[in-house]
Design a protein around this ligand. Structure first.
Ligand code: PLP
Length: 378
């Protein structure tokens, strides 16, 4: 039996709890079923460690996905053009500024390769989403990591100070994964304005739809101003289509062409059509955002009540201090069939918890309360 990387990662996380659970998750093809709300042993674990959106895909995207099966024998060239046209209209740029990918992850890898090859220096925060830097490392990049500040925000002053004559790109994940924090568009604009023209700034806005702080907004205007900036978006988060694989970049036409040439795969017809349908399903997008933000508030309220520190979340996940090495919380939650654990050094006591459905949030909060009570008694 062949296992995908994701299945192997999930299985190995699960195997820490119980090989039986691990095997059942893998043999279900990675399918995860929300628990009944009790969080007790159900057939499938509650998986709160991948920042997925459990409400998706949208009703419109689901209909299009199944309706596309009969024409899956066709190449998707026209569908790619149609999605690019829709995205161009949405973003208010000519089509030459848009580049689509098999997930924004593919575009991050292409950017890591283009800027890292031949020893190019790339600057990123620590911790941040590692897909670009991991890929760049294989291409021979020199990586410079700049710790986030005390509020767990990107430290743009320190990142600017780290720029050298060898710097080819700076990666800003805004809001940031795994900390969940976001910086203002104004801060990014002034950072980009201070850079030499040769340096590319990659602004990953995968989670921007979940932000609710004034001033935290897109910086596509920098692209309009002709800056060497690439803004990345994905259909994996608010659109709830992580398994469908679709993302896109908004950038200058010269950079869009370079990124397109560095992609390793071509888009698939399901992703192209479902993405278009999802963009038009505004009721779903509004409802998802409302529900995620409401559950996020429930989680931060509870963290506050329990006296546990957390970074200000602008995402569909919350990063918080469990008060002890993460492995303990991870093991405890696994006994309740809830998967939370991923370590983000140097935050070895901190947990990044994905916001699931309402019953999953109930189960998580019950687990968190029980864990905290047990720790207090010990
Ligand atoms: N960017 C960030 C910040 C992410 O957290 C992720 C996935 O979790 C991605 C990009 C990749 O998204 P995609 O599924 O579009 O490849």
């Amino acid at each position: 039996m062949d296992l995908s990387r994701r299945e192997l990662l999930t299985a190995s996380a699960l195997a820490l709890a119980s090989p039986k659970v691990a095997w059942s998750a893998v043999s279900a093809g990675g399918r995860r079923v929300a628990a009944d709300g009790a969080g007790a042993a159900s057939a499938q674990p509650i998986v709160l460690c991948w920042n997925e959106n459990p409400y998706g895909p949208s009703p419109a995207a689901r209909a299009v996905l199944s309706g596309t099966i009969p024409i899956a024998c066709r190449y998707p060239d026209e569908d790619i053009e149609q999605l690019v046209a829709v995205l161009a209209k949405k973003e208010k740029f000519p089509a030459a500024h848009i580049v689509v990918g098999t997930g924004s992850g593919e575009l991050l890898c292409a950017l890591g390769f283009l800027h890292g090859k031949g020893g190019g220096e790339i600057i990123a925060a620590e911790p941040t989403y590692a897909e670009l830097t991991n890929y760049a490392k294989h291409a021979g990049a020199e990586l410079k990591f700049v710790p986030v500040d005390k509020q767990l925000n990107h430290d743009l002053a320190a990142m600017r100070a780290a720029v050298s004559a060898r710097t080819r790109a700076v990666y800003i994940c805004n809001p940031n994964n795994p900390t969940g924090t976001a910086i203002s568009a104004a801060a990014i604009r002034s950072f980009v304005g201070s850079l030499p023209d040769s340096v590319t700034t990659i602004v990953d806005e995968a989670y921007l739809d979940f932000a609710d702080t004034d001033g935290v907004q897109t910086v596509t205007d920098l692209v309009g101003a002709g800056k060497r900036v690439v803004v990345l978006r994905t259909f994996s988060k608010i659109h709830g289509m992580a398994g469908v694989r679709c993302g896109y970049g908004i950038t200058r036409p010269d950079l869009a062409a370079e990124i397109a040439a560095a992609r390793m795969s071509s888009a698939n017809i399901f992703a192209m059509r479902a993405a278009r349908a999802s963009l038009a399903d505004e009721a779903f997008l509004t409802d998802t955002r409302r529900r995620i933000i409401a559950s996020r508030k429930r989680i931060t309220d509870e963290l506050q009540r329990l006296g546990l520190a957390y970074a200000r979340p602008q995402t569909n996940f919350v990063f918080f201090d469990t008060g002890a090495p993460l492995a303990r919380f991870d093991q405890f939650m696994k006994t309740r069939n809830i998967l939370v654990g991923r370590l983000f050094p140097p935050y070895n006591n901190w947990c990044r918890i994905t916001i699931g459905t309402e019953p999953e949030t109930d189960a998580f909060l019950r687990g968190l309360q029980a864990y905290t009570a047990k720790r207090t008694q010990a």
